[in-house]
Every structure is written in structure tokens, then in C-alpha cells.
Design a protein around this ligand. Sequence first.
Ligand code: BG6
Length: 485
Amino acid sequence: MPHTIVIFGASGDLTSRKLVPAIYNLMRCGKLPAETRIVGMSRTPLSDEQWRAMLEESTRTFAGESRFDAETWVAFAAGIHYQPGDIEVDADFASLKTRLAEIEGSGTATRVYYLATAPRFYKPAVEALGRHGMAEESRGARRIVVEKPFGTDLATAKQLNACLHSVFHESQVFRIDHYLGKESVQNLMVLRFANTIFEPVWDRRYIDHVQITVAEEVAVGRRGAYYDTAGVLRDMFQNHLLQLLMVTAMEAPAKYRSDTVRNEKVKVLDAIRVLAADEVAEASIRGQYVGYRHEPGVPTDSQTATFGGIRLEINNWRWQGVPFYLRSGKQMSCRTTQIVIGFRQPPLQLFSGGIPVHGEGNRLVIQIQPAEGIQLHFHTKVPGAGMRLRMTDLDFSYSEQFRDRLPEAYEPLLLDVMQGDASLFARADEVEKSWQIIDPFVDAWRDPAAPRIDLYEPGEWGPASSNRWMEAQGRSWFDICPVLS
Ligand code: BG6
């Protein structure tokens, strides 16, 4: 079955940096279904040839010069088309419809509409697709991919879902979170559910706490105007961090199918206690990097958090009493995303040498990026006289085990959309429940009566108060820059 990927927002950054390079790489690796076409629409007046030339240059950069192959590009470019138009102009949509009919001919085709536009165009685009009967599936499947943000709070997420559902069935909607396309996030499910050694200790009896950190070295840069309205909670927590939490904490589904996987993920969200406004201060910490207020588009008195740490409780049999610490920030000391499973201390400390009173328990570090892998931390006897102990580690590194290039997150996800597999996409209820959990933090942090935000110097692990907050709970952040390289 031929496929047509219709990209709204064709001249934007997402299209040139991520989407087209990902589709190109799929073709280069022989994974792209035969007869896949790309049709781009945006307001910029461009011909097919001009758009192809622009994409050739960006794909060369973003797919990687070494992976770019002129011959493959020629074959790939033949399937690229451009239709200038404004999502808000009905006649432009009619022209898009006619153009798609010309390109697809009389046969059937699976069509994927990709909303790579600014979020304010989501609603007009969905409504226009509805008005022109373009979600209707008599000539092949019709699917729509929605990029984050899925609303900015529970109320707007509900509105967006209602708008999508007025035209598409939920089974046609693919809410993309690129973190779920990362190889090591998917491997976390394999680690947990294809092995027996981890599952028996994966609960409150053996685990003291879980830390999920997404640290970024980059600053806000050109995205200041957007970022200042979002802050780290909306930008990273509602989506990426909660997704990582769900995959870490979910039960094994009975089958690996999109509905069963997503049911288990939603059950985790259901079990998370939604905090009352007066509980947020004690359960969270926020900060802003020095210099943020001078970024273009950011007010000079901004109180927006560029760093956040929150503690969540999952009230179910597996996790009751095990705090989940989620932390993310810009301009931190390094780029690393890791899930740290902190195991309990043994009940008896037989060997006192080398273990501090509040000693470290075993740890399993699942490193999502930059390098993908797993590290297990355990105590070992230091050779020589006496029982001196030291924490040592066992490494599994993806790049050492698998020499092939790991695909970029968008590659498997785009392929999943084409094949209609929604396992790694957020469902409507998942998104709404995520906002329900994050909204109280957003509201409390934005409250004008909240204390002034703590600052941190670029290159630190957030404000000093973040460490004090953890220490007050008898724990410490695992602040080691990528454990694997
Ligand atoms: C995006 C956020 O969703 O994820 C960005 O909007 C952030 O602010 C990015 O930088 C991080 O993604 P990755 O894959 O680089 O960790």
C-alpha cells in the first residue's frame, strides 16, 4: 500500500531538522515502505524543486554528512512535493485536496497528516481536514500526528482532544513524544519484561527511591518567548519525564499491543497522588539559570523555572512509599538523561569499612542519552587487609554490543505511524491525566505569592537549594555526568 505523509508546517525547523532526515534515513536503510511520498504545505511560496533543494541541504546536515548519499537522495527527492497554502484559508485546503488526489491517482493510499506547525494552527488544520472529508477512510487509512504541546493545562488538553475527536477516531490520532522513540526507553520495557532477574526486586520491598533526570547543557536560546510561557514543567515534565516514569513503573501488559501497553501506563498515572496547592512547596524545588532573563523574548523580571525537581508518590501495591524524584533543567553541567533505581540498604551492615552511615545502596542506572546503556552499581571488597568496601560497576553499552547506528527517535516512531502501531504514542486519557498531575505544580510555581525563584550558575546541577531539599529527605541526587560514554 502506498503512503503519503502530508506535513503541515513544511518550511519549519522540525520538518527540516527531524522529520525529513528521519524519513530519508528510513529509506536509506531499506525500511521505508515502497511508494512513500511526502507532501509539504506551508505559507512560504516555493516550487517542488525549491523545496527539494532546501531539504537536500538540511538533510545533508541533519541526517549526517557521512550517511548522505547523492544517489539515494535523487530517488527520495522524486517523491517530495510542495503545496503552498495557508491552513486558515479554505480554498488553499481545497487545492491541497486536489493535489493529493493527483499525486495518489485512483488507487488507495495510507495517508499520515503531520502537524508540525505552531500549536495555534492545530485546531484550524483539524477542522479543515474534517470539512474537506479528508479524515474519511474509504480510500485507505487516515492518521494524524500531533506534536507536543498537547495543550498547556488540563482544560486546553481537553479542548484539543475534543477538537481531534470531532474529526478523527482516537485510533487515528498519534500524539508523538520523541522520548518514547529513544532506543533505550524501549529497551527499558525489554529489560523489565523479557528478563526475570529484575522484576522480583522492582518494587517497594527492595527499592528505596527512583530518580529520573533529564539534564541539558543547552540554554533556552532563540526559544525564549515560547519557553517563558511554558517553563520546565510544561516543556519537559508533563510529557517526557512522565513518560519515563510510566515506563519505569508500569506493570507488565498481558500482550505487547498498543491498547494493553497504554492501559498499563495510564494505571500508573491513576495511582499518582494529585497534590493540593499547599503541598507543592514541600514536594518540589525550582530554579532559574543566571542569564536566562537576558535571553531574547524573556522578560527581565521573569520568574519562570528553567530547572525543576518534583517528588511524586505512586499509591499502588508495587510502589507505595517509594518516592519518584523527577528533575530537569537547562544549562546544567552536562547533557544526560538517566533513570536511577536506588535500592535499599541491606538490613544489616556487616562491613562498616568504607560505607558512610547513610551509605549508598545498590543502584541501577539506565542511561537514555547521550550514550545508551545500563550500569549496575554494587559494593566490592577492596583488595588487601581488612574489609574495606567500594562501590564498583558493571556496564552494558549499546554501542559496544551493537555496532550499527542507533536510529534517531523519529525514525521508529514515523514507521509505527505508517504501520498504525500506537503503542509508543500518548492516548487522550494519558495526556489529560498527565496534566492533572502537573497542573498543581504549574499553578503553585506561578502564584505571585510564591517565594522568589532560586538562581543557579550555568554548569551547575540546579540551585543549591535542590541539594538541600534532597538531603532533608535523607537522600542525595545522583550527579554524575554520563556514566557511560
Ligand atoms: C523538547 C523540548 O521537547 O525536548 C526542548 O521542547 C528540549 O526544550 C528537548 O531541549 C530535549 O530533547 P532531547 O531529545 O534532546 O533530550
